[in-house]
Every structure is written in structure tokens, then in C-alpha cells.
Ligand binder design. Structure first.
Ligand SMILES: O=C(CO)COP(=O)(O)O
Length: 128
């Protein structure tokens, strides 16, 4: 099945608590959106907030690559990706590829809380 989503949520392990707290504080704005997430991020968000989230593979197992494919095929235009700037990752090339595609396809992209607020405000203002 081809997944389309209004917004993707992704957080590295060192940033998941921060992302989940951010989501919890904005749950009413997020509830109407169709959400997609990499595997562990999606499971944690759903467990913590009850939000319905379509889960892809875990990032290191191909979840970032799946998001990149969604972007390339026009199925995703907003990405909130809480990157951990203090940890090395086994799938760094996938992270880089996802960011490259997000830039290439002019996806609305946020990498921390303040930019995530800007993305959410833009979605609310303009639609997805
Ligand atoms: O590693 C990730 C993004 O690069 C996130 O993957 P998980 O949500 O499965 O932890």
C-alpha cells in the first residue's frame, strides 16, 4: 500500500523524549493530520499520546529510506526530524540521504523544537 501523510515525525534515540514531549504539548494541532513515523518513534508517540501514527521500519533498518521514497514520489511534504547532534549513528548515510531529498524536493523541514513549531504553524496556515 502506498502511504501518503501530511507530516512525518522522526527522533533519534537521544531526542525521542524531547520529541514526545513536543508532540504531547501540541496534540490538538497534530490530531487532525495524517502522521507517519519511523518504527520506534511511532511506537513511542502512540504509546505516550494515543495519536494514530503510521509506522514505517525503524530508521536503522530502512525507515529513513522509506521516508526518502515518500518525498521523492510526492507523498510527503512536511518532515519533523529531531536529529541528535551528539551521537554517531550506524545509518548516517540514510539520514544524510533523507535530508538531501527533503532539501531537493523543498519539503518543510524541522530539526528541533523551534523549527518544528514553525513547520506546524505553516501547516496550520497554508494546509499541507
Ligand atoms: O533512526 C531514526 C532516524 O534516523 C529513527 O528511527 P526509529 O524511530 O526507529 O528509532
Amino acid at each position: 500500500m502506498e502511504i501518503h501523510a501530511d507530516l512525518a515525525l522522526v527522533g533519534h534515540d537521544g531526542k525521542k523524549d524531547e520529541l514526545i514531549a513536543w508532540v504531547g504539548e501540541r496534540i490538538e494541532l497534530l490530531r487532525p493530520l495524517s502522521l507517519v513515523a519511523t518504527g520506534t518513534t511511532g511506537a513511542r508517540i502512540h504509546a505516550a499520546t494515543g495519536l494514530k501514527v503510521t509506522r514505517l521500519l525503524s530508521g536503522p533498518l530502512g525507515g529513513d529510506a522509506q521516508l526518502g521514497a515518500m518525498i521523492s514520489e510526492g507523498r510527503l511534504r512536511n518532515l519533523i526530524f529531531f536529529i541528535d547532534p551528539l551521537s554517531a549513528l550506524p545509518h548516517d548515510v540514510d539520514v544524510k540521504s533523507l535530508l538531501r531529498l527533503a532539501i531537493l524536493y523543498d519539503v518543510r523541514l524541522a530539526v528541533n523544537r523551534r523549527s518544528a513549531d514553525a513547520v506546524l504553524a505553516a501547516i496550520a496556515a497554508d494546509g499541507c
